[in-house]
Design a protein around this ligand. Structure first.
Ligand code: GDP
Length: 438
């Protein structure tokens, strides 16, 4: 993530050589200017930013730390917009949100991610499938909703998105949903027909907010289209998708400065948990290569069930950790989202995350084998791993389609993992296997 900007900031900082050395500050700002432009930051935003960083560095007394502090303060101030970050609930539920964006921007996926985010926070969410433009969109939502266990309102016969949206809102009111997310039609580019249709859905629903999903990878175009949407139908917040693939890192800065609408969330991967609240100083921290450990802690605490974690720790200590617990831990790991987005939040690891191809934890061969093996066990065997004698292992090999060597290897791995976890937990340095794994 953000290799371009993060790397260049480091090299700009190194240009500031001595205390009170104005010439080296000039060199540093020249380097920074080049970096910002290369990272797709708008030229006007770059000019203002450089001016302010230079001024503030001088105020603080020229030096590397002063330069870094000045940059951090100014970036944070650009990204901090008047208004709210994250999700705001209306006083009269259901909070109705129109999800808008161009085709391919990630609008439908983001609608699912937002529903998942709200569901994890114990909200009752209904999604309305009103993107009738892209035929696969309704089908995609059906799959997403089944996966995250959120209700979907759709109508395979009705052709008018306004009517579907209205009926969904009636249902959401009647059945006391907290939030209604309306997935609207996208187009490859902005056109009058799209805006007219969005306008009609907006008039019919009177939504609390309109979110615009902007694709980070489209660079300057993201800023241009967001501005058009703002002018033509009005938007209250931007969700920046595909942030994980953004090697440049300048789009957020340009969007915040040029469009004048608060950034609310960022999409950091293709999976449902890969959505984060946009918190300016944390994003700045990541842009500057310092990670976001607070964000990571928040992400884990929303997912890890403290009570269950304690139970597991107890079991580990007593040496009673079994295959059911193991499956539970695997399920929890997959809820954390993509490995790449997690790595990007760890200080010092963001550049490494950028170079990594994302690892699909859930669908890796190793995990598939483990699941196949556990799936072939009897409930008793899952609870008592010590029951697994050679003849049972033979049966498991047949049932799971794994060779006996593979079965033995997995069982050995499981045994040494529980042994190691036991040792660690007895040293008091661990809160369950979950914390060791994450
Ligand atoms: P829509 O046409 O705007 O509804 O777009 P989709 O929701 O179908 O998304 C288009 C593609 O972008 C899909 O392949 C998504 O998996 C992918 N996508 C969406 N959000 C993200 C994200 O935050 N990160 C990554 N890497 N891919 C994303």
């Amino acid at each position: 993530m953000f290799d371009v900007i993060t790397g260049s900031i480091k090299s700009a900082v190194n240009k500031v050589r001595f205390k009170d050395d104005a010439a080296s500050l000039k060199k540093a700002t020249t380097e920074l200017r080049k970096a910002l432009l290369k990272a797709d930051v708008h030229h006007k935003t770059t000019k203002d930013l450089i001016y302010n960083v230079e001024l503030r560095t001088k105020e603080l007394g020229i030096g590397q730390n002063a330069f870094l502090k000045a940059l951090q303060e100014n970036l944070t101030s650009i990204l901090t917009a008047e208004g709210n970050q994250g999700f705001v609930f209306s006083n009269t539920p259901p909070t109705t949100i129109l999800m808008t964006g161009l085709q391919g921007s990630g609008k439908t996926t983001t609608t699912g991610k937002l529903a998942n985010y709200l569901k994890q926070r114990k909200k009752k969410v209904l999604i309305a499938a009103c993107d009738l433009q892209r035929l696969a969109a309704v089908e995609q939502l059906k799959q997403i909703c089944a996966q995250i266990e959120v209700d979907l309102y759709f109508d395979d016969i009705e052709k008018d998105p306004v009517k579907i949206a209205k009926a969904a809102q009636e249902k959401a009111k009647k059945e006391l949903y907290d939030v209604l997310l309306v997935d609207t039609a996208g187009r490859l580019a902005i056109d009058t027909e799209l805006m007219n249709q969005l306008g009609k859905v907006k008039d019919a629903l009177n939504p609390d907010e309109i979110f615009y999903v902007a694709d980070s990878l489209t660079g300057h175009d993201a800023t241009k289209t967001a501005s058009s949407f703002k002018e033509q139908i009005g938007i209250d917040g931007v969700i920046l998708s595909k942030f994980d693939g953004d090697t440049k890192g300048g789009v957020a800065i340009s969007l915040a400065e040029q469009v004048g609408v608060p950034l609310r969330f960022v999409g950091t991967g293709e999976k449902m948990p890969d959505l984060e609240v946009f918190i300016p100083d944390r994003i700045v921290s990541r842009l500057m290569g310092a990670g976001d450990i607070e964000g990571l802690a928040e992400k884990t605490s929303a997912i890890i069930d403290e009570k269950k974690a304690k139970e597991v720790t107890k079991k580990i200590k007593k040496g009673e950790f079994n295959f059911n617990d193991f499956l539970e831990q695997l399920k929890m790991m997959s809820k954390l989202g993509s490995m790449k987005s997690i790595l990007g939040m760890i200080p010092g690891m963001s550049q490494m995350a950028g170079q990594l191809k994302d690892m699909d934890f859930e669908n890796s061969d190793e995990i598939k084998r483990i699941k196949a093996l556990i799936g072939s066990m009897t409930p008793k065997e899952r609870n008592e791993p010590s029951l697994l004698n050679p003849s049972r292992k033979k049966r498991l090999s047949k049932g799971s389609g794994l060779s006996e060597v593979q079965v033995n290897k997995i069982l050995k791995q499981f045994k040494s993992a529980s042994k190691m976890a036991k040792q660690l937990s007895n040293k008091g340095g661990m809160k369950g296997l979950s914390s060791m794994m994450s």
